[in-house]
Design a protein around this ligand. Structure first.
Ligand SMILES: *Cc1c(COP(=O)(O)O)cnc(C)c1O
Length: 413
């Protein structure tokens, strides 16, 4: 779909076609071992519902330290499945941060429940636990915390809040596989944690997702739910020489294929290495861009290790006398791909129409949204490229010498 024909497509509007040599804002990290693993799976007897799904799930559960992992075909279906299997539906409210990918909220809507948007903390850009607390009502059933850019939320505070009000705590950890909080890995910090293996996420299966949890009942429901609600897997039935099955509750086909899990297994072995590589690059960006008066870097708390999924400086474009779209366009002309993560979800048309949301609901996210700019960050990026991108960003922002030299009157963010 051409963005030019759709004026509501805010992100790519007016941006030039990408040159061939563009550094993307994100990119998968594929090695020969990944290719070999997928090829071997393609040559095996079962392309789907074979043994690699379980092996991937076991490896994931072991990696994060959870009792169970259930792999599905996307992070979105993982989110939706968790909500549905927890029995969340019409009449229920689920609190979600507004600074997230649309899927966090649309998964809630697809169950028939209502997403209630919480604002973010201005320093970390993570959901503000005080605003979550303020939005709990008798209809609230769950809170979805989003580890924006790879930094885990304040799970101890959120857990206390959820325990007090008897709410389920779900982690949307689609950005944060490999991260940790107070010495515990993402994947065990909430009642259920949702991962995405989309191409640009910390590890990939092309498309894919998973739920990790210590709750055996939830894991069993999730396994049924991803396979039409069928009570026993095909392999269990074959092993028992009885292929008959029953469907107790309706489900979907949210299955992931074996060759995807082959890729996932191979990728998972390099998950920590990917985090370390991105961390090194993020530090370099911080050194180059941190001192710039028109730029503020979101805080990363002392008690966490981020997965450094995204590098998102907050840029005072207006203060520099520029529009973000102009800056993105100029960077694209220099071969530098950028992105905006995200337009606050409560401002998206579908949410406004269904929920009556609009400006003023989450003022911090609305204000900081104007400043978001995701710069290229991925394992295969070279240190030299980080320096080139940083210099080009500084050059672009300093185009208007007067405002550049005066600097902002107050360094607010
Ligand atoms: C990517 C993402 C999702 C959805 O994952 P898919 O695998 O693309 O369906 C959900 N939430 C967040 C925060 C994401 O970044």
């Amino acid at each position: 779909m051409s963005s030019r024909r759709n004026p509501r497509n805010f992100q790519s509007n007016r941006i030039e076609p990408m040159p061939e040599s563009l550094l993307p804002y994100a990119r998968q990290w594929i090695e020969e071992e990944d290719v070999e693993a997928v090829v071997a799976a393609l040559r095996s007897p079962l392309l789907t519902t074979g043994p690699l799904v379980e092996r991937f799930e076991e490896a994931l559960a072991a990696y994060v330290g959870a009792h169970h992992a259930v792999a599905v075909n996307s992070g979105t279906s993982a989110l939706y499945s968790v909500l549905a299997c927890l029995g969340i539906g019409p009449g229920d409210d689920v609190i979600v941060p507004t600074l997230t990918f649309v899927a966090t909220a649309s998964a809630v809507l697809h169950t028939g429940a209502r997403p209630v948007f919480a604002d973010i903390d201005a320093d970390t850009l993570l959901v503000d636990p005080d605003d979550v607390a303020a939005k709990v009502t008798s209809k609230t059933r769950a809170v979805i915390a989003v580890d924006y850019a790879g930094q885990p939320c304040d799970y101890d505070r959120l857990r206390r809040l959820c325990e007090r009000h008897r709410l389920a705590l779900i982690a949307d950890a689609c950005h944060s596989l490999g991260a940790s909080y107070r010495g515990r890995k993402v994947g065990v910090l909430a009642d259920a944690s949702v991962l995405s293996f989309h191409a640009v996420k910390p590890i990939t299966t092309g498309e894919g997702g998973a739920v990790t949890t210590d709750d055996a009942t939830l894991a069993e429901r999730l396994r049924r739910f991803r396979n039409h609600g069928i009570d026993r897997s095909w392999r269990e039935r074959r092993a028992e020489d009885d292929l008959a099955y029953d469907v107790v509750e309706l489900g979907w086909n949210f299955r992931i294929a074996d060759f995807q899990c082959a890729l996932g297994l191979s990728q998972l072995r390099r998950c920590d290495e990917g985090v370390r590589k991105r961390e090194r690059l993020a530090k370099l960006y911080s050194r180059e861009l941190g001192p710039i008066p028109w730029v503020r870097l979101p805080a990363i708390r002392e008690d966490v290790v981020s997965s450094h999924h995204l590098f998102v400086p907050l840029v005072d474009f207006a203060g520099c006398g520029l529009r973000r779209s102009e800056v993105m366009e100029e960077l694209a002309r220099a071969g530098i791909g950028t992105n905006v993560h995200y337009r606050p979800v409560h401002l998206l048309s579908a949410m406004r129409e269904r929920l009556g949301t609009g400006h003023g609901l989450c003022p911090v996210a609305e204000r900081l949204y104007e400043r978001l700019l995701s710069l290229p960050l991925y394992a295969g990026l070279e240190q030299e490229q980080v320096s080139i991108v940083s210099r080009k960003v500084i050059e672009t922002l300093s185009r208007n010498p007067v405002s550049w030299e005066t600097g902002p009157a107050v360094r607010e963010g």
